[in-house]
Design a binder for this molecule. Structure first.
Ligand SMILES: [Zn+2]
Length: 88
């Protein structure tokens, strides 16, 4: 892949992530680690490891959140709002 930057151009070698479908065509600024994983996958793994609570603790936290939402919506027409986007 070649990018024209004014009078000069930059040649980028094509590379695809070893796990997902991202590549240098979809994201010219993509970065790969030494194992061939893209920075999107590395970020995903970091978020999963730091923000997702698994097992009984995760189930308890979800149940607490559901309880909190239901209490906040008591005597209201709706319990929650679901955002939906549709491109026409
Ligand atoms: Zn990836």
């Amino acid at each position: 892949m070649t990018f024209n930057l004014g009078q000069s151009s930059v040649q980028i070698r094509y590379q695809r992530c070893n796990r997902c479908i991202m590549d240098t065509n979809a994201d010219p600024k993509i970065v790969f680690d030494e194992s061939g994983l893209c920075h999107h996958c590395v970020r995903y793994d970091n978020l999963i490891n730091t923000r997702v609570i698994n097992g009984l603790a995760g189930k308890q936290q979800l149940e607490n959140l559901i309880k909190k939402i239901k209490q906040a919506g008591r005597r209201r027409d709706y319990d929650c709002i679901i955002g939906i986007f549709r491109r026409c």
